[in-house]
Design a protein around this ligand. Structure first.
Ligand SMILES: Nc1nc2c(ncn2[C@@H]2O[C@H](COP(=O)(O)OP(=O)(O)O)[C@@H](O)[C@H]2O)c(=O)[nH]1
Ligand SMILES: [Mg+2]
Length: 322
């Protein structure tokens, strides 16, 4: 097995007593870009697994995060935001999200209030998506970012309108950022899960290997630290991962789509790339609980987001269990 290929386990040291699992299943988080699906996944897990950014199309993969709660195992599936694709990668991302819905036992359709002309509206994108997504599956409507709505009653008409679009099992307003409404949400999810024994072991956290998170954390810092079109054309691969007793040595390549993105990413005298590397290294160290040496290289791979071969090579697939 390649180093860094083992799936991540829970990082909590004490292993809780085994509970007899009565319900277990997959719960897909789907919706438009930027509504807070990844933030919700992270706060529910208590672990910053998924990268979060104020830009759309941050999440590109299906990421499983296992939440153990009482006698239930909730396999949360974070997914890319459903959007109008601009390239082959975008199409693939939509397929990933839709296939996660197909796989799931319960669907959380996540949305966030959209304010226009001084009042909150139902997004036309949500209307279209709710017409065809997850038909026949138990679906909960999660209205996120309610911390942005003041006074609260401004939300009522939009909640009413949304609730009429589908026969939702529940409509739950939350604020992922403030961790409001999460218990109620989980209380609605659990009874919808199939009755069965454990699907995962007690300390399983995700099905993705450490390498995956290293690449994602680097991409996350690029999203934070570069502007405009650069982050959309970036993908990251891990070239080597050497675990030793005191320090893990990792080499990763940042692939940019265009020659002129390279100097932007590298910065004056390499300053921007160093900043990205340092921030990503800190996140990887927190995840591994170990010192990390992270070396980044930049390579131009023109048109990778349109090329089926490059997409495969860079780890993009249709999102089935990895
Ligand atoms: N105000 C507010 N912002 C939020 C909340 N949840 C997420 N966000 C922000 O919304 C942006 C998109 O979040 P992200 O989780 O990446 O959305 P995704 O594309 O649906 O996965 C980020 O800037 C988050 O910090 C929330 O409850 N309230
Ligand atoms: Mg996301």
């Amino acid at each position: 097995m390649l180093k860094g290929q083992a799936p991540m386990r829970s990082l909590a040291v004490p292993s809780p007593k085994r509970t007899s699992v009565r319900r277990a299943g997959l719960v897909a988080l789907v919706g438009r870009s930027n509504v807070g699906k990844s933030t919700l996944m992270n706060v529910l897990l208590g672990e910053a697994l998924a990268i979060v950014a104020p830009t759309p199309q941050t999440t590109r993969h299906r990421i499983l995060g296992v939440l153990q709660r009482g006698d239930a195992q909730i396999g949360l599936l974070d997914t890319p935001g459903l959007h109008r694709p601009q390239n082959r990668l975008g199409k693939l991302m939509n397929t990933v999200a839709r296939s996660a819905v197909e796989e799931a036992d319960v669907v959380l359709f996540v949305t966030a209030p959209l304010k226009e002309h001084g009042r909150f509206q139902v997004s036309p994108g949500d209307k279209t998506l709710l017409e065809d997504i997850g038909k026949g599956k138990p679906m909960i409507l999660v209205v996120n970012k309610v911390d942005l709505v003041r006074p609260k009653q401004m939300l009522l008409p939009v909640l009413g309108e949304l609730a009429n679009l589908r026969a939702f099992a529940a409509v739950v307003p939350i604020s992922a950022r403030r961790e409001d409404g999460l218990d109620r949400l989980l209380g609605e999810v659990t009874p919808l899960l199939p009755e069965r024994g454990a699907l995962w072991s007690e300390d399983d956290l995700t099905d993705r290997p450490v390498r995956f998170f290293v690449a994602e954390f680097v991409r996350g810092e690029i999203l934070n630290l570069t502007r405009e079109e650069v982050p959309y054309g970036v993908t990251v691969t891990v070239e080597s991962f050497l675990e030793a007793s005191r320090v893990t040595r990792i080499q990763a390549t940042v692939h940019v789509d265009r020659e002129n993105h390279k100097p932007i990413l590298i910065g004056k005298g390499g300053s921007r790339l160093r900043e990205i590397g340092t921030a990503a290294r800190k996140r990887v160290e927190a995840l591994l609980g170990q010192r990390v040496h992270l070396e980044l290289f930049v390579r131009v791979t023109e048109g990778w987001a349109e090329s089926p071969e490059r997409l495969r090579e860079f780890g993009y697939d249709e999102g089935k269990a990895s």
